[in-house]
Write a protein that binds this ligand. Structure first.
Ligand SMILES: Cc1cc2nc3c(=O)[nH]c(=O)nc-3n(C[C@H](O)[C@H](O)[C@H](O)COP(=O)(O)O)c2cc1C
Length: 246
């Protein structure tokens, strides 16, 4: 196995960091790795906001309810960004672009571009023995995050990423068997056996892990997730920001 794959397979989210800053060189490498990700039709339809202002970090930590959003070396917020794409258009051209720019296709393009850049950033960080955790809970109050970061129309915060020197080594979290997510030529709807086997595996993992042991299964987690309405304001905010309108 080569070092790249070893890094990828060794991933676990890190939620406790040493009180040290990563170097400027490390940050530059993380950002240029993010930028080198493939990007749909060369659109580069994302932006990354590095939050270095301690007050803003504290506000974002409060929104997420997660102390590690404040206690880390770096906090990056990944945004879908279709702002720069109209910047040099005339008023008339802007009007012609708008319906296309604001449709579901370009919402997907920008969200995918941001996610690809983020995962490159994550791997670059992990390859330098840094730890990361994605932060979706900035969407707890998306409009507030939008305001804190002064984001214009056509720039939408999607998720954050905290980065730093790990101060714990959590157990590696199991994944579904490959055959539950990889199908040849056609989708396999009959996944119950794999899910039941995985529920047993993950229940044993939750019982045996070093911290935060609990009785749980993947199926129970998904039941809780989808029976409790969540962040129901996101749809409206996404549209208000000029994304996914048709
Ligand atoms: C887009 C995204 C958003 C996430 N948001 C959060 C979050 O807000 N807080 C958190 O503690 N973990 C968050 N995570 C981390 C996941 O909980 C974690 O990746 C998953 O449970 C698997 O664990 P592992 O990364 O340790 O293997 C997020 C992951 C992704 C990909």
């Amino acid at each position: 196995m080569n070092e790249t794959i070893e890094t990828i397979l060794n991933h676990r989210s890190i939620r406790k960091f040493k009180d040290v800053k990563i170097s400027d060189e490390q940050l530059d490498l993380i950002l240029s790795s993010a930028q080198q990700a493939s990007t749909s039709s060369y659109m580069m339809a994302y932006s990354i906001i590095g939050v270095t202002d301690e007050e803003k970090k504290a506000q974002l930590a409060e929104i997420t309810g997660q102390a590690y959003v404040k206690n880390n070396s770096h906090l990056l917020i990944f945004c879908a960004d279709l702002y720069r794409h109209t910047l040099q258009a005339s008023e008339e051209q802007y009007e012609q672009m708008l319906a296309n720019l604001e449709n579901s296709e370009h919402f997907l393009v920008s969200a995918i571009d941001a996610a690809l850049a983020a995962q490159n950033a994550a791997l670059a960080a992990e390859s330098m023995d840094l730890g990361i955790c994605y932060i979706g809970s900035i969407r707890n109050q998306l409009d507030k995050v939008d305001e804190i970061l002064s984001l214009p129309k056509h720039v939408l915060p999607l998720f954050g990423m905290v980065i730093g020197v790990p101060d714990h080594q959590p157990d590696k979290k199991p994944r579904l068997e490959t055959k539950a997510i990889y199908f040849e030529n056609e989708y396999n709807q009959d996944q119950k056996d794999e899910l039941q086997a995985f529920d047993k595996e993950i229940a044993a993992y939750y019982q045996s892990r070093k911290t935060n042991t609990r009785s749980d299964s993947w199926t129970d987690q998904m039941l809780r997730r989808f029976t409790n309405p969540m962040r129901m304001d996101v749809t409206g905010i996404v549209k208000k920001k000029g994304f996914n309108k048709q």
